[in-house]
Design a protein around this ligand. Structure first.
Ligand code: HEM
Length: 368
């Protein structure tokens, strides 16, 4: 057995419930990450474009940039739940890999702080029409670095065969995970999705009544182009992620749940591609098309998250770790409190959104 034996605390809720919540929150996390990545690429483009096409590009940059710090709160808050679920369910694998690359892993906190600081600077500078492309390039690189470390750890946790050797090399935590051919495709899948979800984020904001028409048109056309590139990219990188898996893992994926995941992935991204094409061809740029496209993108991500979970479970099972055989001692009192608070939280968010909707809109203008 290559996995550490000690797991003193049984799982406090049914494994299926933990899995459902983990997959749902992870899909939402990826959605938020992709809004962040797409927005940063767009801000770089608008900031460079502002040199030739001043006000419209500055207006578009401002619209996207001032929402960046809020988007980051969603990235982080929707990342915490799947992290907790992953630790509870796969602790013996995930703790081990995290300790082996401890310096990088803890470094995520500081990289995130740097990225967050840049987002505030970008938001502030665009308010005064100042260029922000260097800041946005910096923030994008830092975000990609965080994604890279996550992909490295989430693949290292699947390779108990290299742990011993890594630990023998150094116990300081000052090392990177050895090269894994499946890590880059997984990272690229999430990052390229930035064009898709970020693209629809732009077309959605082109419908705002508080921005000028030049900025709105730029947001619509850029968003639609991004979304087409992103949808094609998701189909290509998703296929890539699957094909780099070892043959025995691919064989283990021939179960109804994972096959459904693959279908949902394909149908979701195909729908997103269709809707992005409709907006690009100017057949319609209505809210409904954007919402349908975003829904397609979310479905695609949800399908991919199910397949990703399958890749993890099948890989770990072949190496002697069966997550479904974890000892379970459900504490239903705590689970009920959790569900009540969860629903109350959703209600509070709905109420906040209704207050926001009723508020008088403020024009979004650059104070040059
Ligand atoms: C700029 C910020 C971030 C980016 C770009 C990012 C990107 C990514 C990427 C690319 C993956 C996929 C890794 C893979 O499939 O191999 C991932 C997974 C994950 N991320 Fe993030 N992430 C960010 C911030 C965070 C934060 C702050 C948290 C938590 C506090 C978080 C929690 C997670 C978790 C838990 C997973 C994997 C869950 C699982 O395997 O069950 N992320 N993230």
């Amino acid at each position: 057995m290559q996995f550490p034996n000690v797991d003193p605390i049984p799982i406090p809720a049914p494994i299926w419930l933990m899995k459902v919540l983990s997959l749902l929150t992870l899909a939402l996390h990826f959605f938020a990450v992709q809004i962040l990545i797409g927005s940063l690429v767009a801000v770089i483009y608008f900031s460079l474009k502002a040199r030739s096409n001043g006000p419209a590009a500055q207006g578009a940059a401002l619209t996207v940039a001032r929402r960046l710090p809020i988007v980051m709160t969603y990235v982080i808050n929707l990342g915490v739940p799947p992290l907790l679920f992953a630790q509870v369910l796969y602790g013996r694998a995930l703790y081990t890999s995290s300790i082996l690359i401890a310096v990088q892993w803890i470094g995520v906190v500081f990289i995130l702080m740097g990225c967050y600081w840049l987002l505030y600077r970008i938001s502030d500078r665009t308010t005064y029409g100042k260029p922000v492309h260097w800041h946005a390039i910096g923030a994008l690189l830092l975000a990609a670095m965080v994604g890279h470390i996550y992909a490295a750890n989430m693949t290292l946790m699947l390779r108990p065969e290299v742990w011993q050797q890594m630990y023998a090399k150094t116990a300081s935590g000052l090392q990177s995970a050895p090269h894994d051919p499946t890590a880059e495709p997984r990272l690229m899948f999430v990052l390229i999705g930035g064009f898709l979800v970020g693209g629809f984020w732009l077309t959605l904001h082109s419908k705002l009544k508080t921005i000028e028409s030049g900025a709105a048109e730029l947001l619509r056309s850029t968003g639609a182009t991004f979304a087409v590139i992103g949808a094609l990219g998701e189909l290509a990188t998703g296929f890539w992620v699957y094909t780099v898996q070892p043959g025995e893992v691919q064989n283990g994926m021939h179960t109804p749940l994972y096959q459904i995941g693959i279908v949902v992935w394909g149908v979701g991204f195909a729908l997103a591609l269709l809707m992005a094409g409709v907006v690009l061809a100017r057949k319609a740029s209505g809210l409904l098309v954007t919402i349908l496209g975003s829904l397609g993108a979310f479905l695609g991500i949800a399908g991919a998250v199910i397949v990703r979970d399958g890749i993890r479970d099948v890989t770990l099972l072949q190496k002697g770790f069966d997550v479904w055989k974890r000892q379970e001692a459900s504490n239903w009192f705590v689970i009920c409190i959790f569900l009540v608070l969860f629903v109350a939280g959703l209600g509070a968010i709905g109420w906040l959104l209704s207050v926001m909707k009723a508020a008088k809109p403020i024009p979004e203008q650059v104070n040059a």
